[in-house]
Design a protein around this ligand. Structure first.
Ligand SMILES: C[S@@+](CC[C@H](N)C(=O)[O-])C[C@H]1O[C@@H](n2cnc3c(N)ncnc32)[C@H](O)[C@@H]1O
Length: 220
């Protein structure tokens, strides 16, 4: 018997019907404003730069990046057409000029060395290990030499309570893909793709566990 095709992405909250509640849930529970603003500061985006928000979801980070550096060109890509349309409406309402494109993270419709910054939040834990590897190589490909990657995602728990709380995310998003994050595998993942100066820059305690911010450089 023929098997149904593998789904090529997991929706933002695991199920499509939950997507309209995404902003309310994430805003209320993940210290979103705090960690995304720190991520944007760490990216040190300059006028004229090309910035990609990878798996941009409802576009909150994409919009905040453009508001922070209005002279950058900011693009959000995501696999889910329905969340892209929510993001476009939000940008229109905020009077912010950004572009949203449908694409899979491991097959980005951009040439080699196109972006100065790739920024991504709450995304890598959705991917299987194979897709984490494919995606990281693809990000490396589209970054210019000397350009940087900035990631905020669930990281190694800073204490037992944080590890316990993270079980909720593991139940929602699956144990296999989330285990790579909590096992501290994002740093070796980025290094194996060729990135240098890979660092965990900061962690935040949240009601779902430890949020970690990473940066990495594509050497020139
Ligand atoms: C938890 S949401 C995070 C959204 C946003 N970055 C944020 O910080 O709120 C994860 C997003 O990844 C997208 N996604 C999942 N797998 C993907 C893939 N392989 N390529 C592109 N987007 C993907 C989902 O559609 C969803 O919008």
């Amino acid at each position: 018997m023929q098997q149904p095709p593998e789904p090529d992405y997991v929706p933002a909250l695991g199920y499509h019907w939950l997507t309209p509640y995404y902003d309310a849930v994430v805003g209320a529970t993940t210290r979103e404003r705090t960690f995304k603003k720190v991520l944007i500061k760490q990216a040190r985006i300059e006028p004229g730069q090309q910035v990609l928000d990878l798996a941009s979801g409802t576009g909150t980070l994409t919009i905040w990046i453009k508001q922070h550096q209005p002279q950058a060109t900011v693009t959000g890509v995501d696999a889910d057409p329905s969340i892209l349309s929510l993001a476009s409406s939000k940008a229109l309402k905020a009077n912010v000029s950004v572009q949203f494109i449908r694409a899979l993270s491991h097959s980005l419709p951009y040439p080699v060395a196109h972006f100065d910054r790739v920024v991504s939040s709450l995304f890598f834990h959705h991917l299987s290990w194979e897709d984490k590897v494919r995606t990281t190589h693809e990000v490396f490909r589209v970054l210019k030499p000397g350009a940087t990657l900035h990631v905020a995602d669930w990281g190694q728990a800073t204490n037992v309570l944080m590890r316990g709380l993270f079980l909720f995310i593991q139940l929602l998003d699956g144990f296999k893909s989330t285990q790579d994050n909590v096992a501290g595998k994002l740093i070796p993942l980025f290094e194996e793709a060729g990135f240098v100066e890979v660092k965990q820059r900061q962690t935040f305690t949240t009601v779902y566990g430890t949020m970690a911010l990473y940066s990495a450089v594509k050497s020139s």
